[in-house]
Design a protein around this ligand. Structure first.
Ligand SMILES: Nc1ncnc2c1ncn2[C@@H]1O[C@H](COP(=O)(O)OP(=O)(O)OP(=O)(O)O)[C@@H](O)[C@H]1O
Length: 516
C-alpha cells in the first residue's frame, strides 16, 4: 500500500473514540506527554504499559475525573472538552474498576440502580419491580446467576461484585465498556467466565477497552492494542501483530529472556512445621513443612481455604486445633504483633489499603518498619537508609521523582512495588507473600522474582500464595493445592505444569485420584 493510500484508510476508518495529542501534568510530573489512540467500534482494544506509563490517567480523563492540559477527546465524532462522570454515563461509557468499589453497606439492588432509577411513568416514584425484573433478566441471561437483591455488597466475593458492576453497566445499554485490571483478583475460572462475557458483548456491538498487565490475556482477547511508554503511545498493533512477547519488549524496551530466574539453593532445616491445623468452616487437618531456602507455593480457588491458611500463619485468624512450630519451637502466633516478633513477614494482597502509608515518602514507607537496621548507638545512619532505598527503587523500577516523593503521587502499580520493597527490606525469617505481583508490570515482575529468590538464598523460608499459575510453577520449589479446605495435592514445581495445578485446584483431578 502506498503512503497516500494508507493515510486515506486511516482517515476514513470510523472510530468510536479518539484521543489526540493528550498532555496531562500533575504539578511537575507529566503523566501523559502527547498520547494518541483511536478505537474502532465493536472491538476489544487493549491498553498496556509499564507501571506509571499513563494508562489510568488516560482512563480517568475519559471518565471525566481529570481534564487534559492539551489535546482532544472525540467520542462518536464529537469533540468533548468538558467530560463529567455523569455526561460519560449519558454517552454510554461505563467503567468496571476494582478500586472504584461499590459501597459495602449497600444492597445488590441499591448498587444496581443508584442514581439511575427507573421511575413509574413521569412520576417521582420508583418502579422497584420493573428495576428488579430487568436486573434479574440480565443476571440470568449474561451470567446464569441470581444474586439475592437484598445481599449486602460487603458480603459478596470479588467476582460477584464485578458481576454487579457489569450488570449495572448493562442496564444502561453501554456503548463503551472500560475494564481496568479486571482479572487481578479473580481466580482462573472466574477470569474465563469474564473473557466469555467480553467476547459476547463484542459480538453484540459493544466496544471494550481492556487494561491489563496480563499480556497473555491481551493476546487472547484483543483486536487492537496500544502500548504506552512514558506517557506517549509508542505502538499500536492489530490482529496478527499482537503477541505477548512483542508487547512486552515494546513496553520495556528490552527483551525479557527468562521470566523466571533459575535458582540453585541448598534446602536447609525446617523453619516452619504445621500439623493437623484446622479452623472450622475454613480449612481442615492441614499439615506441611517449610525449609530454610525453600519457596513453597500455595494455591486454591476462592473459598478453598488457601488465603485463610496464610492469614492464620500470620496470626490474623484463629484455629480450632493443630500446631504451628517455628524453628522447632511450638509457637503459634496469636496476632500479627507476635508474628512479626517471630520474624514472620506478610505482604498482603490489598497493599494499597494495608501495605503503604500514602502520605509518607517512598523512603519512609520502605524503611520505617526496619529502622532498627539503620540505627547504631541510638543514631540513624541516614546514608545507609537512603542508599538501600535507592537500591530498591532502582531494582524494582519504582517510577518516582525521588525517594522523598509522597507515595500518594505514585501510580497504583508503583505503590504496590513500594509495599513489597517495605517488606523485602525487612530481614525476616519467614515471608508470606500474598499475590506478590498483582498489578505490577512485566519488567518489575522479573525483578520481584529474583528478589524472592535472594530471600530464600539468604536462608529464609518463603510462602507464595498466587493465582497466577505460570508464576507459581515458575518460581516455587513445591506447590500445595487446597480444595474445599483440604490440601488435596502436593506437586514438585519442576515436574508439574500449570494445567495440572489448575485441574487440582478446580477439583477436576480429585475424582480420578480417589478412583485410582
Ligand atoms: N494525582 C497525581 N499526582 C501526581 N502524579 C500523578 C498523579 N496521578 C498520576 N501521577 C503520575 O503520572 C504517571 C502516570 O500514572 P498512571 O497512574 O496513569 O500510570 P499507570 O500506567 O496507570 O500505572 P499502573 O500500571 O501502575 O496503574 C505516574 O508517574 C504517576 O506518578
Amino acid at each position: 500500500m502506498t503512503a497516500p493510500e494508507q493515510a486515506n484508510t486511516a482517515e476514513s476508518a470510523p472510530h468510536i473514540l479518539r484521543f489526540d495529542g493528550i498532555v496531562k501534568r500533575f504539578g511537575g510530573a507529566t503523566a501523559l506527554a502527547g498520547a494518541s489512540l483511536a478505537i474502532r467500534p465493536g472491538t476489544v482494544h487493549g491498553l498496556v504499559g509499564q507501571n506509571g506509563a499513563g494508562k489510568s490517567t488516560l482512563i480517568k480523563l475519559l471518565a471525566g475525573l481529570h481534564t487534559p492540559d492539551e489535546g482532544s477527546i472525540e467520542i462518536e465524532g464529537r469533540a468533548h472538552d468538558r467530560l463529567t462522570p455523569h455526561l460519560c454515563e449519558d454517552l454510554g461509557i461505563h467503567f468496571i474498576h476494582q478500586d472504584r468499589l461499590l459501597v459495602p453497606t449497600f444492597t445488590v439492588g441499591e448498587s444496581l440502580f443508584l442514581g439511575r432509577e427507573i421511575r413509574l411513568g413521569k412520576t417521582p416514584f420508583l418502579d422497584r419491580s420493573a428495576m428488579q425484573r430487568r436486573a434479574s433478566e440480565l443476571l440470568a441471561n449474561y451470567f446464569g446467576v441470581d444474586l439475592p437483591k437484598n445481599a449486602l455488597i460487603g458480603e459478596l466475593s470479588t467476582a460477584e461484585r464485578q458481576i454487579v458492576q457489569i450488570t449495572r453497566a448493562l442496564l444502561h445499554k453501554p456503548k463503551i465498556l472500560v475494564f481496568d485490571e479486571p482479572t487481578a483478583a479473580l481466580v482462573r475460572q472466574e477470569a474465563e467466565i469474564l473473557f466469555r462475557l467480553i467476547r459476547r458483548l463484542r459480538s453484540e456491538g459493544v466496544t471494550i477497552i481492556y487494561v491489563s498487565h496480563y499480556l497473555n490475556e491481551i493476546e487472547a482477547l484483543c483486536d487492537d492494542v496500544t502500548v504506552l511508554r512514558n506517557g506517549v503511545d509508542v505502538a499500536s498493533l492489530t490482529e496478527n501483530e499482537i503477541s505477548a512477547g512483542r508487547i512486552a519488549s515494546l513496553m520495556v524496551e528490552r527483551d525479557i529472556a527468562d521470566m523466571f530466574p533459575k535458582r540453585k539453593v541448598e534446602l536447609c532445616g525446617e523453619i516452619l512445621k504445621v500439623r493437623n491445623l484446622s479452623a472450622t468452616g475454613r480449612f481442615h487437618d492441614v499439615s506441611f513443612s517449610l525449609r530454610r531456602g525453600e519457596i513453597l507455593g500455595i494455591t486454591g480457588l476462592l473459598g478453598s481455604g488457601a488465603k485463610d491458611l496464610v492469614r492464620t500463619l500470620f496470626g490474623l485468624q484463629t484455629t480450632t486445633s493443630g500446631t504451628i512450630d517455628i524453628d522447632t519451637r511450638g509457637l503459634k502466633p496469636c496476632n500479627p504483633v507476635e508474628a512479626v516478633d517471630r520474624q514472620i513477614a506478610l505482604v498482603p494482597e490489598d497493599r494499597r489499603g494495608h501495605g503503604v502509608g500514602l502520605d509518607l515518602s517512598v523512603r519512609e514507607n520502605i524503611t520505617l518498619s526496619s529502622l532498627g537496621r539503620y540505627t547504631r548507638f541510638g543514631f540513624l545512619d541516614r546514608k545507609r537508609e537512603s542508599d538501600d532505598t535507592d537500591e530498591l527503587i532502582r531494582r524494582l523500577q519504582i517510577k518516582t521523582s525521588g525517594r522523598e516523593a509522597l507515595v500518594r503521587t505514585l501510580s497504583g502499580g508503583n505503590q504496590q512495588k513500594v509495599a513489597i520493597a517495605k517488606w523485602l527490606s525487612r530481614r525476616s525469617e519467614i515471608y508470606l507473600l500474598d499475590e506478590p505481583t498483582v498489578g505490577v508490570d512485566i519488567g518489575s515482575k522479573v525483578e520481584i522474582y529474583s528478589l524472592i529468590g535472594e530471600l530464600a538464598a539468604r536462608g529464609a523460608g518463603v510462602i507464595v500464595l498466587s493465582s497466577d499459575l505460570p508464576e507459581l510453577v515458575g518460581i516455587t520449589d513445591r506447590i500445595l493445592v487446597l480444595f474445599r479446605g483440604r490440601v488435596t495435592r502436593e506437586l514438585i514445581s519442576s515436574q508439574t505444569t500449570t494445567d495440572e495445578v489448575l485441574s487440582a485446584s478446580t477439583g477436576a483431578s480429585e475424582g480420578l485420584r480417589h478412583v485410582g
